[in-house]
Design a protein. Structure first.
Length: 397
C-alpha cells in the first residue's frame, strides 16, 4: 500500500478525482482558498520552467560538441513536420466529418470562480522563449570556444536543477492538479460544457491517439528500436499534462519518464525533451485545426476553402514553434491567424477559446507524449551518424 501511494501516477489520478469531488461540494468561501493555493503553486511551477530549460538544454548542447548545430536543426525540422502533418490529418477529418455532425453550440451556464485571497507574484527570471534561445546560444558558444570551466559550471547547474525538480516540483504537482480540477468542477465546465461538445472532443482525442501511433511507429522504424520501451514510461507525464494543461509545467515529469527508457540516449533526452516541450505542439495544432473548421461551420455556415486551410495549417506549424507551453498557449499565439486568415469575428474567437479550453489538457498530453517519439528519432539519428557524447548517467528521479 505504501508503494502504491508513493507512485506518481496513482497520486495524479487521486488528485484528479479528489479535485472533481471537492469542486462539487465546496462553498465559495473555501474555493477562495483553493483558487489562491492553485495560483501560488502555479506561480512556483512557472518560475522554475526557465531554470529547467537552461539547466538541461545548455549543458546537453555542450556535451554534443561539434554535432550540436546539426542536431538542433534536425530537432526543429522534425517538430515542424510533425505539427503540420497532424494539422493536415485534422483538416482531412474535418472535411469528411464536420458536415455530418450535429453540435450544440451553447457554452453558457458556468459559475464564476472567486478571486484569490491574496496575490503572491513570482515572476520568471525570463520568458520561456528567452530561456530557450539563451540555452541554445550559451550551449553553442561554450562548445565553439571550448570553455571547459563554463561547461563544468553548466553541468553543476544541471545537477542543481535536477534536485529542484525532484524535491520541489514533482511533490507539488498532485496538489496543483487537484486544485485545477477542483476549479473546473466548481465552474461547471466538466459537468455542463463537456456534454455539449463531447462528440467533437472524442473525434479530436481519437486523432491524438492515431497521430501518436504514427509518430511512435515511424520513430521505431527509423531508429530500429522498440517504441513501446519509450511509450510505456509516459503514463505519469500524460496524466500530469491532463491535470496541468501545460507542457511547461509537465516538463519535469516528462524528463523523469524519458530517462527511464532503456532505448533513449540520456544526452538526447536532456537535449530533446526540454526543446520539444517548447517547439513540438502536434496535439494542440491538430485540435485547433479541427475546432476552427467546426466553429466556422457553426457560426458562419461553411467550412473554409481548402486553399485557406492549407495556408492556415502551414503558418500554424510555424506559430506553434514559438507558442508558450502554457494552457491555451497555441490558440493564443495563433489568434492573428484565426482573425486574419479565417476572418473570425469576436464571437468566433470567443467560442474557439471556450471549446479549446475543454480539451486543452488532452492536446497538451498528446504534445508531451509525442516528444518521446521525436526524442527516439533523435537517438536513432545520433547513432546512425556516429555522434558521440560524454553525457554522464543521471539517476532516475
Amino acid at each position: 500500500m505504501k508503494k502504491l501511494f508513493g507512485s506518481l501516477p496513482f497520486r495524479l489520478i487521486l488528485g484528479i478525482f479528489i479535485g472533481i469531488l471537492c469542486g462539487l461540494v465546496f462553498p465559495e468561501s473555501v474555493m477562495k482558498v483553493i483558487v489562491t493555493l492553485q495560483y501560488i503553486m502555479g506561480q512556483l511551477i512557472t518560475f522554475c520552467v526557465p531554470l529547467i530549460i537552461i539547466g538541461f538544454i545548455a549543458p546537453s548542447i555542450t556535451k554534443l560538441g561539434a554535432n550540436a548545430s546539426r542536431l538542433l536543426g534536425v530537432a526543429v525540422i522534425i517538430a515542424y513536420v510533425s505539427s503540420i502533418c497532424a494539422a493536415f490529418m485534422a483538416m482531412g477529418a474535418g472535411y469528411a466529418l464536420i458536415p455530418h455532425l450535429s453540435i450544440d453550440t451553447s457554452v453558457e451556464g458556468l459559475r464564476e470562480l472567486p478571486g484569490v485571497v491574496f496575490e503572491l507574484n513570482i515572476p520568471q527570471i525570463m520568458p520561456v522563449m528567452s530561456a530557450l534561445v539563451l540555452s541554445v546560444l550559451i550551449g553553442l558558444a561554450a562548445t565553439w570556444t571550448k570553455s571547459q570551466r563554463f561547461i563544468g559550471l553548466l553541468a553543476e547547474f544541471q545537477d542543481i536543477v535536477l534536485d529542484i525538480v525532484k524535491k520541489i516540483i514533482i511533490p507539488v504537482l498532485p496538489f496543483y492538479i487537484a486544485a485545477t480540477f477542483c476549479n473546473l468542477s466548481y465552474e461547471g465546465m466538466i459537468t455542463r460544457q463537456l456534454p455539449a461538445f463531447l462528440q467533437i472532443i472524442i473525434i479530436v482525442m481519437l486523432g491524438h491517439y492515431i497521430w501518436l501511433a504514427v509518430l511512435y511507429l515511424l520513430a521505431g522504424a527509423y531508429s530500429g528500436k522498440n517504441p513501446w520501451e519509450v511509450l510505456r514510461h509516459y503514463g505519469p507525464a500524460y496524466l500530469t499534462a491532463v491535470g496541468t494543461m501545460s507542457s511547461a509545467a509537465t516538463l519535469a515529469v516528462a524528463l523523469d519518464c524519458a530517462r527511464k527508457s532503456k532505448v533513449l540516449r540520456h544526452d538526447m533526452v536532456s537535449f530533446g525533451v526540454p526543446l520539444f516541450t517548447n517547439i513540438h505542439l502536434c496535439g494542440s495544432v491538430l485540435t485547433e485545426v479541427f475546432f476552427v473548421m467546426t466553429i466556422s461551420k457553426m457560426l458562419y455556415g461553411s467550412i473554409p476553402s481548402v486553399g485557406t486551410m492549407v495556408l492556415f495549417c502551414m503558418l500554424l506549424g510555424i506559430f506553434a514553434i514559438g507558442a508558450p507551453g502554457v494552457p491555451g498557449g497555441t490558440v493564443m499565439a495563433s489568434l492573428g491567424l484565426i482573425t486574419g486568415i479565417l476572418l473570425f469575428k469576436d464571437e468566433g474567437t470567443g467560442l474557439m477559446l471556450a471549446i479549446f479550453a475543454l480539451q486543452d489538457s488532452f492536446g497538451t498530453a498528446c504534445n508531451v507524449t509525442g516528444d518521446g517519439a521525436l526524442t527516439l528519432m533523435l537517438t536513432g539519428y545520433a547513432e546512425k551518424h556516429g555522434l558521440k557524447s560524454e553525457e554522464r548517467e543521471t539517476p532516475v528521479l
